[in-house]
Design a protein around this ligand. Structure first.
Ligand SMILES: NC(=O)c1ccc[n+]([C@@H]2O[C@H](COP(=O)([O-])OP(=O)(O)OC[C@H]3O[C@@H](n4cnc5c(N)ncnc54)[C@H](O)[C@@H]3O)[C@@H](O)[C@H]2O)c1
Length: 285
């Protein structure tokens, strides 16, 4: 199914965090919608090779897996260089998707025991915060910079940063995740205007709550959609150059209202309920 009017036909793309979940589904959708060459970048070599081999059977010569730790700028730069070579010089689309979920407590509290036992959460240290920003924020920042340096001379391109509805939905025990994704959202939207006249499109995209490994042993909350559904929603927004691509109903409903002072009471009661249910040991969103 391709409702994107052939937008991705012949386009060459790089997707990070592509060996699993939403990233892998984005690659498969791009290929099925006629993309030219697709580079799968991920730190997990085993998964990367499994999926590269599998996809090569169907899309011979159009796939390349590159091991890359996005927290290291030199590795991101090297991965983009390899990708551009594989693409014979034309780099149309970068999707910075690599990311971690990062739930935990801001400080030790009375809720700690239940959260530890039932939701496997612990108190997050400064090292955890630094690592979180390295992966969820700097990983994408390095990708943006490397892509811009190729895209300006070639006359344009498109960069999509995968954020999350958490960027505006303050869910308790996800302060670290929320902070990294809110920062990435604003980086993306600022670059959208900084590079508009250089022909580079920037989009922020939430996949929506999706059935992937990111939820760990706890598993995803009720109502999560498949990675393919998320990927299709994201790619529709990319094709339409939506400023903020919203991956599911929850994000569509939440995004327009999250900072509206006139509904503060409703927002407080919703997010307080999430906090209290989580404190009781159940993961809801
Ligand atoms: N699943 C959801 O419900 C959901 C909701 C909102 C946003 N997101 C976002 O979607 C993106 C993809 O997540 P997912 O749900 O598919 O999770 P996932 O765990 O299935 O996939 C994440 C991938 O990123 C890779 N990765 C991790 N650290 C890396 C690093 N340093 N360098 C390179 N690759 C690295 C992992 O190996 C993995 O293949 C993330 O940015 C996540 O924050 C997911």
């Amino acid at each position: 199914m391709d409702n994107n009017k052939g937008y991705f036909l012949g386009k060459n793309a790089v997707v990070t965090g592509a060996a699993s979940g939403v990233g892998l589904a984005l690659c498969e959708e791009l290929l099925s919608q006629g993309a030219g060459k697709v580079v799968l970048a991920d730190i997990n070599e085993e998964n990367l090779h499994t999926h590269e081999k599998r996809l090569q059977l169907q899309y011979l010569g159009r796939i390349k897996g590159v091991r890359c730790d996005v927290t290291k700028e030199n590795e991101v730069q090297q991965m983009i260089d390899e990708a551009v070579e594989f693409m014979d010089g034309r780099f149309d689309l970068l999707i910075n998707n690599a990311g971690l979920g990062l739930s935990g407590l801001f400080t030790p509290t009375q809720a700690g025991e239940v959260l530890k036992e039932k939701l496997h959460m612990r108190v997050q240290t400064n090292e955890d915060w630094e690592r979180a920003f390295k992966i969820n924020f700097y990983g994408a920042l390095y990708g943006c910079r490397a892509a811009i340096n190729v895209m300006i001379p070639q006359g344009g391109g498109q960069v999509v940063n995968i954020i999350s509805g958490i960027a505006w939905s303050p869910m308790a025990y996800q302060s670290m995740y929320a902070a990294t994704k809110a920062a990435l959202n604003m980086l993306t939207l600022t670059l959208r205007y900084e590079y508009w006249d250089e022909g580079i499109k920037f989009n922020s995209a939430t996949p929506g709550t999706t059935l992937t490994a990111i939820w760990g042993e706890i598993g995803p909350p009720e109502g999560a959609q498949t990675a393919q559904e998320s990927a299709r929603k994201v790619l529709k927004g990319v094709a339409e150059n939506q400023r903020l691509i919203l991956g599911d109903k929850g994000d569509e409903e939440g995004a327009p209202h999250c900072f509206d002072p006139s509904i503060q009471d409703g927002l407080d009661s919703y997010f307080l309920n999430v906090a209290r249910v989580r404190r009781g040991g159940k993961l809801i969103v």
